[in-house]
Design a protein around this ligand. Structure first.
Ligand SMILES: *[C@@H]1O[C@H](CO)[C@@H](O)[C@H](O)[C@H]1NC(C)=O
Ligand SMILES: *[C@@H]1O[C@H](CO)[C@@H](O)[C@H](O)[C@H]1NC(C)=O
Ligand SMILES: *[C@@H]1O[C@H](CO)[C@@H](O)[C@H](O)[C@H]1NC(C)=O
Ligand SMILES: *[C@@H]1O[C@H](CO)[C@@H](O)[C@H](O)[C@H]1NC(C)=O
Ligand SMILES: *[C@@H]1O[C@H](CO)[C@@H](O)[C@H](O)[C@H]1NC(C)=O
Ligand SMILES: *[C@@H]1O[C@H](CO)[C@@H](O)[C@H](O)[C@H]1NC(C)=O
Ligand SMILES: *[C@@H]1O[C@H](CO)[C@@H](O)[C@H](O)[C@H]1NC(C)=O
Ligand SMILES: *[C@@H]1O[C@H](CO)[C@@H](O)[C@H](O)[C@H]1NC(C)=O
Ligand SMILES: *[C@@H]1O[C@H](CO)[C@@H](O)[C@H](O)[C@H]1NC(C)=O
Ligand SMILES: CC(=O)N[C@H]1CO[C@H](CO)[C@@H](O)[C@@H]1O
Length: 397
């Protein structure tokens, strides 16, 4: 029974009309209704039936197609749909044709866990009211610069974009940067890029997101942040940088932050290096109200500072390191130089002591060369004789 999962009393959820008998019965009912109440017909005609692999609720305006091995977006979706979840399927690629019909009321679209690899241009063009897009937990390896474009200069209605754990590898950050820059995402307020193993963020990546309020970059592998990365984000309220590999924040980044008074920055679980270069960051940390829980930031290096919380580090304790590997490299170079010099001296000494033997050896070589040259001269004359050329090349080996 198709409705066995749904309490029959509610009857709000209608599964796909897979069985012919059900479809016949509903058609028959519609026909009867048509005869009885002519005016109802126009409404019934508009109702697209629920796609076979989905569960639909017209009251909640929701369609769910979860874990059904789907390889593409179902063709005919009910036009009332506001929330569409096509999750845990096998949709490899989304293109302009993927959403064929215009779905004006579609607001929330969930496409997480789909092994999604490719996002073509203008993919969401037919969804003019799309506000929340969840593409998390996918394997995106090719994202068009124009994937989030709705066409021309029109600004996208998108408010929230979830790209958490959605990239095939960290190199794909360049595709994301291109799509964010070209997507006309004037209204985007929330962007989740957590869990993507990102090691760096291209310059200008967030420069075309003027409305961004929440940016989640946690659970990546960021080591440092470029100057100016966040400088256009005038409305930014939360910046989550937890669980990265940050070692220090430089003056330029601190300036970026300070120019946005409403900002709250989350920085715990990073690998802060407490040497003398961290001083400006420590001073900033002591003055700022942007970092809520700064006592939960700890030094990772050097060894003797490990687990010391940043606000309790005394500036006078900070040492300037030339890294141990560097200084040992220097001593080894000096050592190598000395050894080479010694070898050179010994070599010269040996030459000097053997000067008679060497002289004799040189004479021997000269004689040997002379003999050889004569032999060569002789052969050259033979080769010059055209009648003997073939013979000599054939027997030369
Ligand atoms: C879209 O939503 C509006 C308002 O909620 C409603 O009046 C309209 O009928 C819906 N459109 C479709 C195609 O269901
Ligand atoms: C991405 O997809 C487009 C269109 O299918 C193709 O032309 C392009 O070569 C692909 N790029 C990569 C890096 O795979
Ligand atoms: C994005 O998706 C992940 C995984 O599905 C989820 O944990 C996270 O809360 C989502 N982010 C937002 C901003 O909704
Ligand atoms: C990411 O995947 C692409 C495509 O397979 C590959 O060319 C690139 O080298 C990978 N990058 C890293 C950092 O592994
Ligand atoms: C961090 O990201 C990885 C994928 O890169 C994911 O498997 C893991 O669950 C994430 N951890 C948290 C705490 O979100
Ligand atoms: C950022 O994403 C991580 C992992 O998805 C989540 O645990 C965290 O709550 C998010 N941060 C914010 C501020 O929402
Ligand atoms: C960073 O700024 C502080 C004062 O705010 C200054 O003393 C220091 O020299 C600056 N460091 C660099 C590397 O510019
Ligand atoms: C502050 O950090 C401490 C230590 O990591 C943690 O136990 C506490 O929950 C954090 N408080 C807030 C408000 O994040
Ligand atoms: C630092 O803290 C971690 C976990 O809190 C602990 O495993 C480690 O032993 C500590 N290291 C030192 C040097 O105290
Ligand atoms: C296809 C396209 O328009 N790409 C553009 C995206 O934005 C960057 C930077 O603004 C341009 O260099 C690309 O040409």
């Amino acid at each position: 029974m198709p409705s066995s999962r749904v309490p029959p009393v509610l009857g709000l959820w209608r599964r796909g009309l897979g069985q012919g008998s059900d479809r016949c019965r509903s058609l028959f009912l519609v026909a009867v209704l048509l005869h009885a109440l002519g005016s109802v017909w126009s409404q019934s005609e508009q109702q697209t039936p629920c796609p076979t692999s989905c569960e639909c609720s017209d009251l909640a305006r929701t369609v769910k197609c979860v874990n059904k091995n789907l390889q593409e977006v179902p063709k005919k979706l009910p036009s009332y749909v506001k929330n569409l979840f096509i999750t845990y399927n096998h949709i490899n690629s989304l293109q302009e044709e993927s959403f064929k019909e215009v779905l004006t009321n579609l607001t929330n679209l969930g496409l997480s866990n789909n092994h999604l690899q490719e996002l073509g241009q203008n993919t969401f063009r037919n969804l003019p009211g799309l506000k929340h897009l969840d593409l998390s937990s996918n394997k995106l390896a090719n994202i068009s610069d124009l994937s989030f474009q709705v066409g021309g200069d029109l600004s996208s209605p998108l408010l929230e974009l979830n790209l958490s754990s959605s990239l095939y590898n960290e190199s794909m950050v360049f595709f994301v940067a291109g799509a964010l820059q070209n997507g006309s995402l004037q209204n985007l307020r929330e962007l989740d890029l957590s869990g993507n193993n990102l090691m760096y963020l291209p310059t200008g990546m967030f420069s075309s997101l003027p409305s961004l309020e929440h940016l989640n970059l946690s659970n990546n592998s960021l080591v440092s942040l470029r100057a100016g990365l966040f400088s256009n984000l005038e409305r930014l309220e939360t910046l989550d940088l937890r669980h990265n590999a940050l070692k220090n924040l430089r003056n330029a980044t601190l300036l970026d932050f300070s120019s946005q008074p409403g900002l709250s920055v989350l920085l715990s679980d990073n690998s802060w290096v407490c040497d003398c270069e961290i001083e400006p960051f420590l001073s900033w940390l002591k003055d700022t109200k942007m970092v809520k829980n700064s006592s939960s930031l700890f030094c990772s290096y050097p060894e003797k500072m490990r687990n010391v919380s940043l606000p309790s580090v005394k500036i006078s304790e900070l040492e300037c390191f030339t890294f141990p590997s560097d200084s040992s490299l220097q001593t080894s170079y000096v050592f190598l130089g000395l050894v080479l010099a010694l070898i050179g001296v010994i070599f010269l000494l040996v030459l000097y002591l053997n000067r008679k033997g060497i002289k004799k050896w040189i004479y021997n070589i000269r004689d040997a060369c002379r003999d050889h040259m004569e032999g060569y001269h002789y052969r050259y004359e033979i080769n010059a004789d055209p009648r003997l050329t073939n013979l000599s090349t054939n027997s030369d080996v």
